[in-house]
Write a protein that binds this ligand. Structure first.
Ligand SMILES: [Cu+2]
Length: 69
C-alpha cells in the first residue's frame, strides 16, 4: 500500500470533498481517499504508486485543481 498526499485548490465545503473523493476514489487501484478541507490536502492510499497526471485528471474532472508540489 502506498500513501501519497496531494494539494488540491478550490475546495470550499463538504460537497467539494465528496466530489474529489468520488473522482479520485474511482481511479484503478485506489483503496482510500482522505480529504482535509481546511488545508486542501488529499491523501490517497493505493495498491501501487499513481501516475500524477491521472490524479490530476480526476481532480480536474471533479472541478478542482491539483497544485504542483
Ligand atoms: Cu463545495
Amino acid at each position: 500500500m502506498v500513501n501519497t498526499t496531494y494539494q488540491v485548490q478550490g475546495m470550499t465545503c463538504g460537497h467539494c470533498v465528496s466530489s474529489v473523493s468520488a473522482e479520485v476514489g474511482a481511479i484503478a487501484g485506489v483503496r482510500d481517499v482522505q480529504v482535509d478541507l481546511a488545508t486542501g490536502r488529499v491523501t490517497v492510499s493505493s495498491d501501487q504508486p499513481l501516475d500524477v497526471e491521472i490524479v490530476r485528471a480526476a481532480v480536474d474532472e471533479a472541478g478542482y485543481d491539483l497544485v504542483d508540489a
